[in-house]
Write a protein that binds this ligand. Structure first.
Ligand SMILES: Cc1cc2nc3c(=O)[nH]c(=O)nc-3n(C[C@H](O)[C@H](O)[C@H](O)COP(=O)(O)O)c2cc1C
Length: 299
């Protein structure tokens, strides 16, 4: 059973609860800004993402407070000085980011409160966080306010002018960020956070450049195989085509397939189970072609 709500019937606090716990995990921007008098601010924002790369566009949203409809210093600052340095919130910084989100009065420098080191940015006025392994110096192109009620969004649309990426978080080839080294954290609903660890991350090979054949092209006997779930079937359906007659002949000659076929020859149900489990294992080992060949020998 679903609980269904008319959005207009929910209070801003209820909407915040459902939306933030469902639209999760969200990356965290740790944003450094400054006002016209030069006062510096540093606050985290999880209403945040990248929206294009040419030009490189980042948007984050310091929303109006639900409690009292006041606006955040970060918003006021970018309206005065349209520049920001956005750092990526990662695990080593998470406690200090949380501390920096405290509602200090205007003019309080959260670098000092959170024990972080300001260093000059190259192209913009607000300082960079030395301890952050990724920083984007940005110019604010536009601040788009969506309404003026409690909880209303203020989209701070930023163009990335300069990227700073610490070598310590790169892969061995030095060509990309290693997520296990960056350790980005994410915000979920309530007080939940997500961490990027070896246990929580997984890789999914990019879909074929060619078109996957789709579920509809898988023989019904495979779609109905009780040992395969829809994720397993999706891997098979992502293959371009069914195996050839020649490939099916070859798979029957593979020693482990022959072994299973012979061992369970007197018991077709046991053979079906053993072969299906083998196919499932091969899918999980990233060998869907072989898995499909084995499954077809059962039909
Ligand atoms: C991890 C995290 C993510 C947050 N994300 C947002 C957000 O996306 N939008 C927002 O308005 N407030 C967000 N907050 C709350 C602000 O950080 C908080 O209101 C902060 O005091 C704003 O500071 P300022 O008034 O100095 O700009 C978040 C807080 C934390 C700890």
């Amino acid at each position: 059973m679903f609980k269904s709500f008319d959005a207009k019937a929910l209070s801003p606090a209820q909407l915040q609860n459902w939306l933030q716990s469902a639209i999760a995990p969200r990356p965290i921007a740790f944003a450094s800004t400054q006002d016209a008098a030069g006062n510096i601010n540093l606050s985290p924002f999880s209403f945040f993402n990248v929206f294009g790369t040419n030009p490189p566009i980042i948007i984050f949203s310091p929303a109006r407070r639900i409690r009292d409809n006041t606006t955040k210093h970060t918003l006021q600052n970018v309206q005065q000085v349209p520049e920001v340095v956005i750092h990526i919130g990662n695990y080593p910084l998470v406690e200090q980011m949380s501390l920096a989100s405290t509602e200090y009065p205007a003019g309080v420098n959260e670098f000092i409160k959170a024990g972080l080191t300001p260093i000059p940015a190259v192209l913009v006025k607000p300082p960079r966080v030395q301890e952050a392994p990724v920083a984007f110096e940005c110019r604010v192109m536009e601040v788009k306010s969506i309404g003026d009620q409690n909880g209303a969004a203020n989209l701070v649309i930023c163009e990335v002018l300069m990227l700073h990426i610490h070598e310590a978080i790169l892969n061995t080839a030095g060509t990309a960020i290693d997520p296990l080294k960056l350790q980005p954290v994410a915000r979920l609903g309530g007080d939940w956070y997500g961490q990027s660890t070896a246990e929580s991350l997984f890789r999914l090979p990019k879909p074929n450049n060619n078109l996957g054949m789709g579920f509809d092209q898988l023989p019904p006997g495979i779609r109905q195989n009780i040992f395969l779930d829809s994720s397993n079937l999706a891997r098979l359906a992502n293959l371009e085509k069914l195996p050839t007659y020649f490939e099916l002949q070859n798979i029957r000659q593979e020693p482990y397939v022959q072994y299973l076929l012979q061992k369970y020859a007197p018991d077709p149900a046991a053979q079906y189970t053993a072969m299906s489990k083998l196919a499932k294992k091969l899918i999980l080992l990233n060998q869907p072609e072989k898995a499909l060949q084995i499954l077809l020998t059962l039909l």
